[in-house]
Design a protein around this ligand. Structure first.
Ligand SMILES: CC(C)(COP(=O)(O)OP(=O)(O)OC[C@H]1O[C@@H](n2cnc3c(N)ncnc32)[C@H](O)[C@@H]1OP(=O)(O)O)[C@@H](O)C(=O)NCCC(=O)NCCS
Length: 410
């Protein structure tokens, strides 16, 4: 188990050693070079910045420094940005997700402290680190690149937005009927989609365990098996610890780990350009529904179509459609809630994939106005982690992970 925390006094010396060892072993800095003294000086970083450590079995195995713009350890951060520096994982602890845990924690902390963006510099030969940054949704900012003694210094940035939270997520995909039992909001939508047919903890977990029998009984009465949405360890929401143990004992199994990704909407420009050739309608027509349901293997037929139509249209949304001569080749839905736009139902016909249509539809959906014509400020969507094609698409557009959950199904 890897724990990432702000360095305690007893962690600082080890953090400095890990930092030097990581850079010297990889040949990034020759032993004895002046920079090793700076890497080793974790005590100053702990005093002047946010020195993070990753601890495994009581041993410091990694470290990362977070410095807000204008503070001593920030080199390239501009106002509103937090800079990440000196990511280091002990050579013996590589390949176990320590680096990822450190960067993810730093992103969460920066977000929690109100930073608008995170920025970092990596040197061109640090390929492993660059793959890690790309995986976590950081994107290249080539216009900010600079040079260090050893080569080209590449700048990566990640725009930070809050997580929308389960309440907003449910509001943009409202079940056909809902019911509160203790802290759980139960969704019941004739079995169509887990999102529409699961129980969610909207705010607190108090009473979650005590209400479990009633939740199960309510689903059984509706002729459905109970499905519960639970935050994973990667979620900023409280971990579902004791609840998980009880669910295991009752024979629930965990299915479909899903990530919530978000990003700011950056003006009308990119959305407007992508929208050419895409039709926008206030309701899904049959062709739109067929376009979406065509990629959902578990559903088909008229019943599903009608339930889907009712489920989707419970809240105002825009339905975007791309067509070629033979008909619909791509669809996406954009539901507005406050200054958020929630994207869902992205689907591109198999014969039209890898031609940029998924990207164009996603960008076009960001531009969906609300009922008063106002554009959204921020966007979120959900994607199953097993869906690598969609995940890469979203990450390439600057979406970053803000939450994660699984479903427990009886
Ligand atoms: C995900 C999906 C919408 C992508 O549509 P698409 O039109 O093929 O995507 P694009 O051509 O715009 O791809 C944009 C980028 O996404 C990434 N990407 C798309 N498909 C990918 C794949 N199969 N593997 C890896 N990366 C992929 C690539 O980075 C790609 O850029 P590139 O082609 O320049 O390398 C499509 O695969 C699909 O309909 N899947 C089934 C439904 C689905 O999963 N929807 C998303 C639900 S959250």
């Amino acid at each position: 188990m890897i724990e990432v925390r702000a360095a305690r006094p007893e962690d600082v010396a080890a953090a400095g050693e890990v930092c030097v060892a990581a850079y010297v072993t990889d040949g990034h800095v020759p032993a004895g070079h002046w920079y090793t003294a700076e890497l080793g000086d974790a005590a100053t970083r702990a005093a002047e910045a946010d020195l993070l450590v990753a601890v495994e079995d009581g041993t410091v195995v990694g470290t990362l420094t977070r410095a807000p713009a204008g503070t001593p350890w920030a080199e390239v951060a501009e106002p509103g940005e937090h800079e990440l520096r000196m990511l280091a994982v002990a050579p013996v602890a590589r390949g176990r997700g320590v680096g990822e845990a450190l960067v993810r924690s730093a992103l969460d902390r920066a977000r929690g402290d109100g930073a608008a963006r995170v920025v970092l510099t990596t040197v061109e030969f640090m390929g492993t680190a660059q793959r890690l940054y790309a995986r976590l949704g950081l994107r290249r900012a080539p216009d900010r690149d600079w040079r260090v003694e050893t080569g080209a210094a590449l700048v990566y940035v990640a725009d930070l937005v809050d997580r929308p939270g389960p309440r907003l997520e449910v509001a943009t995909w409202p079940p056909l009927s809902t019911r509160m039992i203790g802290p759980w909001q139960l969704g019941i939508s004739a079995g169509f989609t887990r999102r529409g047919n699961s129980a969610v903890l909207l705010d607190s977990q108090d009473g979650a365990l005590a209400s479990l029998d009633d939740v199960e009984a309510a689903y059984r009465a509706a002729g459905q098996r109970p499905i519960l949405r639970l935050a994973t360890d990667r979620s900023p929401a409280p971990a579902a610890g004791p609840l998980r143990a009880e669910l295991d004992a009752r024979g629930y199994r965990t299915v479909s780990t899903t990530r919530v990704l978000a990003r700011p909407v950056r003006g009308a420009g990119e959305a407007g350009a992508a929208a050419s050739g895409v039709d926008v309608a206030p309701a899904p027509d049959d062709a739109w529904l067929a376009g979406w349901l065509g990629t959902k293997t578990r559903t088909s037929g008229d019943v599903a179509t009608e339930v889907a139509r009712r489920l989707l249209t419970g809240v105002p949304a825009r339905y975007l459609t791309a067509r070629d001569r033979d008909g619909v080749i791509g669809v996406v839905r954009a539901a507005r809630a406050g200054d958020w736009v929630a994207l869902s139902c992205l689907a591109v016909d198999e014969r039209a994939r890898r031609r940029g249509l998924g990207r164009a539809l996603t960008l076009a959906a960001l531009g969906a106005p609300d009922e008063d014509g106002r554009p959204a400020q921020r966007a979120f969507l959900q994607v199953e982690i097993a869906n690598t094609a969609a995940s890469s698409l979203y990450r390439s557009l600057g979406f970053v992970e803000v939450d994660e959950y699984t479903y427990a199904e009886l």
